[in-house]
Write a protein that binds this ligand. Sequence first.
Ligand code: URA
Length: 244
Amino acid sequence: MPSRYARLDRFLCQQLSLNRKAVQQLLAARRVRVDGDVARDGQAMIGPFSVVLCDEQVLQANTARYLMLNTPAGIVSATRDARHTTVIDLLTTEPHADLHIAGRLDFNSTGLVLLTNDGRWSRQLSAPENNIRKRYRVTLEKPLTQDYVHAFAEGMFFDFEGITTRPAELVIVSDHVADVWLVEGRYHQIKRMFGRFRNKVLALHRSAIGALELDPALAPGESRRVSPSEILAANPTFSPHKVC
Ligand code: URA
């Protein structure tokens, strides 16, 4: 399945093994339909979920799929791993060959992982300019103080990447528990930020991406489809399946 947008004439050349001229003739003869409408313009863009027919032959008809998973600890956020169970292995009832992960979690972190075959949605979820916040419930070894709130809001310089983390919101829930909102996902970011205070993260659970909340009815290891309103809750600027 093409994951990006493509020109209709190029798509037809490739799918039907025809040259440009033959494709133009097909279009002029009104033999091609895109999403139910006759397509005449070869330069029009089609997406991975456009339904394309030539006469009665279906050339492309993919459905966009969006899933949420309540990831247990000890699961690899990857599509394949030789030694450990992956998030994909947990999707027992779903065909998964075309799915990818929209935002990984560390091996010992738990909670919300989104999976999709829609590359545009997943790219937008992690695009820095979209400022999509992810919420983590963090349990710590030592008690929290207001200093943490200020340090997270100001950002911390990470030597290795040579960057300062973007402002993060930290809300103290109790002595050893905080909610942290991040708009980025640097390597082990939360653990490293608490590491500055020599405070060990004992548990890290992602509970929301944007306004999309992990369904509390999902037991660890369970997944379900994400509804159309939840797709938009995660990224309100997303326009489902429109050609861009
Ligand atoms: N920060 C971490 O340190 N780990 C995660 O899994 C997510 C954010």
